[in-house]
Design a protein around this ligand. Structure first.
Ligand SMILES: *[C@@H]1O[C@H](CO)[C@@H](O)[C@H](O)[C@H]1NC(C)=O
Length: 528
């Protein structure tokens, strides 16, 4: 009986073990494994690492898919195999490396999702250019979202070489194929030489018919492979911001709805291609980003255009339906400069109660840009601890100017910069600036200590009126730290907070920046 039980248990364990197609390697098994397998992706990980845990199911799935292509996925636990990991220069977790034999090692530079791993490794497994025939072309077209195929004559060495050069250069990005079968080119309806980029989206293919040239083909591949309507996410957001043209967001909660809306806005996107980027965004995961565009963050689908250069926001009326006609009209008006940017603002206070003037976006110009006064502005956030600590002192400071009858010369004001769009770029909270009378274009940012005396001195020295009040110190010497120091403190506090989140922090600190940001969406869901 006992034997039977043990056997059954053993079988169950074996079943569990064999359920994984990821090979577990140690310092003893690693060298032979990469010698015996032509192409291996190896993950160096630590069991405690959150990004590794997130990768694990994706990695398993990819291993199973790639098994039939004879591409092996392996993993090494670096807490067990420290020397092995060190010998490959592993500095953060997870680190992924591609092995073509023991000597030829390159970093894995794809995304950490199963389809991306499969796509990347498939590309690695093929020669830079796959030779295609009428029997293999159709299948090749479906191997990836984008494949690039050249057609040229068999004796056209120049085109062959040029195309191969592009393929070698971009082999991590696209699959490349080529054919010198004249009949095949004819069947595909292209002249020779030419390059066809087949894609699983938009118009299905783009054709390059200019003279073969490495740079020109490279540029063609890069532009033709971008979807007309892409997707905003943590991996693409920075590119959209850097593109230098406005970005039109299509917020929707389901993939189906995003697809439907994309289809109906396609011709609008086509018309403005190169002038406005169009992209969908998953409102379930990134709905909070709608708030940054001055949309209500709980009412979808929604549409907004962001002027990425001046950070102006143009939300489309959320009560109106997202029809092609309405969006087309809105985009046309935007292009013509006929849409007013939306400005987020708290209501203008009916009455300024205290000595500190309350600024909101709507009265910003009236108060801050009042040319007759030196205006000291504190940009704060409600959650910022240093702002709260400053508040009583700031009140006293403002009171001194009121008591001295100097309110016609000096205004002490503050604005909640999280609830109001302000033109200033605010790097941290609190930020304090003096807008000098007669010179509002060049505010001076305060960098001294947050003591009442020093602020008084700053207002006198940087202001036009050189107004001065005296402050009789009671027992307020507390917490007079220079701002620079307190920023260091804030950073330390942030690190502290991260630490308390467990080893996750170590991992983030260790990982390279790109990896951290790539893996970030799971943790910082709502911030792109
Ligand atoms: C390109 O040149 C290589 C090397 O000469 C050759 O093997 C290959 O067949 C050529 N490609 C095509 C499509 O003819």
């Amino acid at each position: 009986m006992r034997t039977f039980k043990t056997l059954a248990l053993g079988a169950a364990l074996a079943a569990v073990a064999s359920a994984s197609d990821v090979e577990v390697l140690t310092k003893d098994t690693f060298p032979d494994f990469v010698k015996e397998n032509d192409l291996v992706l190896a993950e160096f990980y630590a069991p405690w690492c959150g990004h590794c845990k997130a990768l694990a199911p994706e990695y398993e799935e990819a291993a199973t898919t790639l098994k039939e292509k004879n591409i092996k996925l392996a993993k090494v636990d670096c807490t067990e195999e420290a020397d092995l990991c060190q010998s490959f220069g592993v500095e953060g977790y997870p680190t992924l490396k591609v092995f073509r034999g023991p000597e030829n090692i390159s970093p894995y530079s794809g995304a950490r999702k199963s389809p991306a791993i499969v796509s990347y490794m498939t590309k690695q497994s093929l020669p830079a250019v796959s030779l295609l025939t009428k029997d293999t072309l159709e299948d090749f077209k479906t191997q990836d979202k984008v494949v690039v195929v050249a057609y040229f004559e068999a004796d056209d060495k120049a085109s062959n070489t040029t195309f191969s050069t592009v393929a070698e250069k971009l082999r991590d990005n696209y699959l490349f194929g080529a054919s010198s079968d004249a009949a095949l080119a004819k069947a595909e309806d292209v002249s020779v030489p030419s390059v066809v980029l087949y894609k699983s989206f938009d118009e299905g293919k783009s054709v390059f018919t200019q003279t073969f040239d490495v740079e020109a083909i490279e540029k063609f591949a890069k532009t033709a492979s971008i979807p007309l309507i892409g997707e905003v996410g943590p991996e693409t957001y920075a590119d959209y911001m850097a593109a230098g043209i406005p970005l039109a967001y299509i917020f929707a909660e389901t993939p189906e709805e995003r697809e439907t809306l994309s289809a109906s806005f396609k011709s609008i996107a086509e018309k403005h291609r190169g002038a406005i980027s169009f992209a969908t965004i998953d409102a379930k995961s990134f709905g909070a980003h709608a708030g940054n565009l001055n949309l209500k963050a709980d009412q979808f689908p929604a549409f907004a255009i962001q002027d990425t250069v001046n950070n102006k926001k143009y939300p489309f009326d959320q009560e109106a339906e997202l029809t092609e006609a309405a969006i087309s009209k809105f985009v046309e008006e935007f292009v013509a400069g006929d849409v007013e940017p939306s400005i987020k603002s708290e209501p203008i206070p009916e009455k300024q109660e205290g000595p500190v003037q309350i600024i909101v976006a709507k009265n910003y110009d009236d108060i801050v840009l009042d040319d007759t006064k030196d205006v000291l502005v504190e940009f704060y956030a409600p959650w910022c601890g240093h702002c709260k600590a400053l508040a009583p002192k700031y009140d006293i400071l403002a009171g001194l100017y009121v008591d001295a009858g100097l309110t016609d010369k000096v205004t002490i004001a503050k604005v909640d910069a999280t609830a109001n769009d302000v033109p200033d770029e605010i790097q941290g909270f609190p930020t304090i600036k003096l807008f000098k009378a007669g010179d509002k274009k060049n505010p001076v940012t305060y960098s001294g200590s947050r003591s009442i005396e020093d602020l008084i001195k700053f207002i006198k020295e940087s202001g036009k009126h050189e107004a001065e009040v005296t402050y009789v110190e009671e027992e307020a010497a507390e917490a007079e730290k220079p701002i620079v120091e307190s920023m260091a403190e804030q950073a330390a506090a942030a690190t502290e907070a991260a630490k308390s989140a467990g080893e996750e922090a170590t991992e983030a600190v260790k990982s390279k920046a790109s990896e951290v940001s790539e893996a970030a969406p799971a943790e910082t869901h709502d911030e792109l």
